[in-house]
Design a protein around this ligand. Structure first.
Ligand SMILES: [Zn+2]
Length: 516
């Protein structure tokens, strides 16, 4: 609502603008989502949980009121939205969010800088390269004199026009993304320093597309070759004459020409920018055959057999074909249906298994009516993605009901035999121990934990005593060679295994004020 936005801006300008006239004026805007075009799900505006005006600061601890960065500029927070990964964003949602951004930006012109906080793998129905489209439209409003510093996920895509319109650009150096906030802080620090020092936009930006398309589950930086490859990024960026260096793995579950790996290096020393980018690109290409899944993979049946045989617990199984944090609908019921049909789990004293999770608004509402301790029966799953199994009829005992999670809204634990199923009002990925314990579930004391994610996030990784990733079906199928790509560039590794070596020479991107 415009009135509310106005109030936020007024208070923010009063608090952070008037006293420091010489401070640069820096806007903050961006949209973050990775969306699979191989999923039938669609993402609407509400999913972005958009923050406006001063609310935006809450996303960035390094911009807290007493932080040094906060004091070095007059901040004009515009709009930042972040959605859980999902299906393609509707054109209406995208246009609405872009319009709100541009309208607000117009009100508070001019800007010395703009921090563009995006993921980089948004798909929008009927529109290619949305982040490229977004930055071009922002440029038209803010003009060519504004320095834009773009911060991204390493699973984002960097099109030529995104590179052209960004003056500074960087991405995470770790997967899982333990450095997500450090990356944003670096993007902002580089922006503020370049403006403060009067150096402005770096003189050179090198961009190298690498014809490799791999899933995140094969490119973790915890293990080789991703570990060694990404270890080279920080030293490359620390050289005198270089401002930043970054490697994007890219996003595998969308079908556009921009979906592939990219290396970018920015700096003022032309030869060093070229040399550093080519060195990183060559390293990446050289190790392409060494990428493998970060954990053993197997069919679900094999995973369950191994987990049941294992003497080590908790034994984790990733239900990764429908991983909502990669863009799966998160409501494929196939895996849960298979688990519930296994004879081992039919009795309450059978091997304990937690299944996290399945959206089931019907079952959630019935559980609320029945109450904790009662028996409930209702449907869960397959509202969005019913391609592999229909909605699943679940009958079991309500163990707990918890309200108020920002993603799930309401979470219910239903016990069927020895299986504890987390049923949610809306989809939610389970990454942390507290996600379970707050529901009265104790993964450390459970025999088998099945999670709808791909690679295990740090807390679950630290507690696992066994882990297999199940090659289950869904919108983010990990077997990329099964996906019906039509529009990605070819040849592309690993689809064209025997392709000749590509041209990995640096392409110098025109400065943003020279961009088309
Ligand atoms: Zn990512």
């Amino acid at each position: 609502m415009p009135q509310i936005i106005f109030i936020f801006f007024s208070s923010c300008l009063l608090a952070f603008g008037v006293s420091a006239k010489s401070n640069p004026r820096i806007a903050i805007a961006g949209l973050g989502i990775e969306s699979s075009t191989f999923s039938p799900a669609l993402t609407n505006e509400e999913a972005f949980h958009t923050k406006y005006g001063a609310e935006v600061f809450s996303l960035y601890p390094f911009l807290s009121p007493d932080s040094s960065l906060r004091l070095r500029a007059t901040w004009i927070p515009i709009l930042v939205g972040n959605s859980l990964p999902g299906g393609a964003v509707t054109r209406e949602a995208y246009e609405s969010l872009v319009k709100k951004t541009l309208d607000s930006l117009r009100k508070y012109l001019p800007y010395d800088g703009l921090f563009f906080d995006i993921h980089g793998a948004m798909s929008v129905v009927g529109l290619d390269d949305p982040e490229g489209d977004f930055i071009v439209r922002i440029r038209k409003v803010v003009g060519k004199g504004t320095l834009i510093s773009t911060s991204m996920d390493l699973h984002g895509n960097v099109s030529w026009r995104l590179a052209e319109n960004s003056d500074l650009i960087t991405c995470y150096r770790m997967a899982p993304h333990e450095d997500a906030m450090d990356t944003r802080e670096r993007a902002v620090e580089n922006l503020v320093s370049r403006i403060e020092s009067g150096k402005g936009r770096p003189a050179f930006k090198a961009w190298i597309p690498i014809p490799i398309l791999l899933p995140g589950e094969k490119t973790s930086t915890r293990i080789e070759p991703g570990k060694g490859l990404y270890k080279a990024v920080a030293p490359a960026a620390a050289q005198k004459g270089i401002v930043d260096a970054a490697i994007w793995i890219g996003y595998a579950w969308a079908d556009e020409p921009r979906n592939h790996a990219v290396v970018m290096v920015t700096g003022d020393d032309k030869m060093l920018v070229i040399h550093t980018s080519e060195e990183l690109a060559r390293r990446f290409w050289a190790v392409r055959f060494s990428f493998g899944f970060v954990a053993p993979t197997a069919t679900l049946t094999e995973c369950l057999d191994s987990a049941l045989k294992s003497k080590q617990h908790p034994f984790f199984i990733s239900d990764m074909g429908d991983n909502p944090t990669a863009g799966g609908a998160g409501d494929v019921s196939w895996t849960l249906k298979e688990i519930l049909s296994r004879p081992e789990f039919q009795l309450e004293n059978g091997p304990s298994l937690i299944y996290a999770s399945i959206p089931g608004p019907d079952l959630v509402q019935k559980a609320i009516k029945a109450g904790v301790g009662a028996t409930v029966q209702g449907y869960a799953g397959a509202i969005v993605d019913a391609r592999y199994a229909p909605p699943l009829l679940i009958r079991g005992k309500v163990k707990s009901i918890v309200y108020g999670d920002p993603d799930a809204d309401i979470e219910v634990v239903v016990q069927v035999g020895s299986v504890q199923i987390i049923v949610t009002q809306k989809r939610k990925p389970y990454h942390k121990e507290i996600d379970f314990t707050r529901l009265g579930l104790y993964p450390r004391k459970t025999d088998i934990v099945v999670v709808k994610i791909g690679y295990l996030q740090p807390e679950l990784y630290a507690m696992h005593s066994g882990w297999i990733m199940a090659l289950t079906p869904g919108g983010v199928d990990q077997d990329l060679e099964r996906l019906p790509y039509k529009r990605i560039d070819r040849p592309m590794f690993p689809f064209d295994k025997n392709m000749p070596d590509p041209d990995l020479s640096a392409r110098l991107v025109p400065a943003s004020d020279k961009a088309q």
